[in-house]
Write a protein that binds this ligand. Structure first.
Ligand SMILES: Cc1ncc(COP(=O)(O)O)c(C=O)c1O
Length: 417
């Protein structure tokens, strides 16, 4: 064991049973140090949209780093890569005329959006509009605001007082309206919402839900923030899930798929309404990161977007959505599977009939069958592979899950669920 403290890890277990170093990736597969191949059922952590091993992105980054690795973007400074990327991302934005602010990942994007929402109302003289409403089961990263508005209790516990706000039932638009009305709309700055709940368990929105919560926010003068850190850059079969659901969020957070994970990068897309007060002379949003607009990261993103466009991977993801539904369908008949959630993008979860031990053991059995997945907050298995996954890969995956859960149940209980 090395000195490495892993993220989101039970280090006692890791120390006892060892690490699994992943050394190489190719398409929808990764390889360990012994050359064993694994299907990447999670695209890393929902990010590797274009698949692993894209030399084109590595070369674009190397070209950029040779010329200029990074330079600060504070004040009037920029680099060609950052400006070009902002233009390209703005062109996909759900609201025309949007502005793009860069940071280093999804948690930064969420905290930037939360600060921006509060500061927006401050600029308008509405100093009391500071509360942020979010959803039970939501994941919005691990920074200060993200931890406070996150709806997965173990991620919030034990840190002392968090930033004041409120959480509403996941799929109830009425609960949002009631909560804003109870708090007083004059105190609520924003509602944050993942179009498809990701880390909480992959829960697609019920029909009409997103449209309705957006309407409720508009009606009450509360900013509507779409956290598209997972759903952005094609994962829902459109550039953004907002486009799929006809949403016009005031703020949109993204990361992951913007570079497919080749380098860390996040962004906040601000609609003209929110950006406008900050673009007046004499107003400054005193916020930014050392690596905002990092040239190397932006070069990775530009090369990644080139691949997505050239290979039509957003349309490919829409096709893959259907194939994922078809391939996983037989699993819903499996006696040890409680529910298969799929049908909104290249995003699915397989919930098992059993406790956390069964999920954990199934994960281990999957590994030994050449599949890397992950257990989500509700105990379900995460299925969100790269967009270069084939139907044959998905069929093999579904068979591996069926075998693995069976083997796990036998190992744990001698056969019973
Ligand atoms: C919806 C959502 N928001 C924010 C984040 C945080 O992103 P990061 O881990 O890049 O900080 C994540 C990460 O999975 C996410 O799924």
């Amino acid at each position: 064991m090395t000195s490495y403290w892993h993220p989101f890890a039970d280090m006692g277990v890791v120390e006892a049973s060892g690490e699994l170093p992943i050394v190489r990736g190719e398409g929808a597969y990764v390889f360990d140090a012994d050359g064993r191949r694994y299907f990447d059922a999670t695209a890393g952590l929902w990010y590797c949209n274009v698949g692993h091993g894209r030399a084109e992105i590595a070369e674009a980054v190397a070209r950029q780093l040779r010329v200029l690795a990074a330079y600060n973007n504070y004040g009037d400074l920029t680099t060609p890569a950052a400006s070009e990327l902002a233009e390209r991302v703005a062109a996909f934005a759900p609201v025309p005329g949007s502005k793009v602010f860069f940071c280093s990942g999804g948690s930064d994007a969420v905290d930037s959006a939360a600060k921006l929402a509060r500061r927006y109302w401050y600029e308008l003289g509405r100093l009391e509009k500071t509360l942020i409403v979010s959803r039970v089961g939501a994941y919005h990263g691990v920074n200060g605001f993200g931890t406070s508005i996150g709806g997965i209790p173990p991620n919030r516990d034990g840190f002392g007082p968090l930033i004041e706000g409120a959480q509403v039932e996941r799929d109830s638009a009425a609960a949002l309206a009631d909560t804003i009305d109870r708090l007083g709309a004059e105190r609520v700055a924003a509602f944050f919402c993942e179009p498809v709940v990701g880390a909480g368990g992959v829960f697609p929105p019920p029909p009409g839900y997103l449209e309705e919560v957006e309407r409720i926010c508009r009606e009450r003068d509360v900013l509507f923030v779409a956290d598209e850190v997972i759903t952005g850059f094609g994962r829902c079969g459109r550039w953004f899930a907002s486009e799929r659901f006809g949403l016009q969020p005031d703020l949109l957070t993204c990361a992951k798929g913007i570079t497919s994970g080749y380098l860390p990068l996040g962004a906040v897309i601000a609609s003209p309404r929110v950006a406008e007060p900050f673009f007046r002379p004499g107003v400054m949003w005193r916020h930014g990161y050392t690596y905002s607009g990092h040239a190397g990261a932006c070069a990775a993103a530009l090369a990644n977007l080139d691949i997505i466009e050239r290979e039509r991977l957003v349309g490919g993801a829409a096709d893959l959505e259907r194939e994922l539904v078809e391939a996983l369908a037989p699993l819903s008949e499996h006696e040890r599977v409680r529910e298969v959630r799929a049908g909104t993008g290249v995003l699915a979860a397989v919930a098992l009939e059993g406790d956390a031990a069964l999920s954990a053991r199934t994960l281990a059995e999957l590994r030994s069958r050449g599949v890397l997945s992950r257990v989500l907050a509700d105990g379900a298995l995460q299925i969100s592979p790269p967009f270069v996954t084939t139907r044959a890969d998905l069929d093999t995956l579904a068979e591996a899950i069926a075998d693995a859960v069976e083997a796990a149940a036998v190992a744990l209980t001698g056969g019973g669920v």
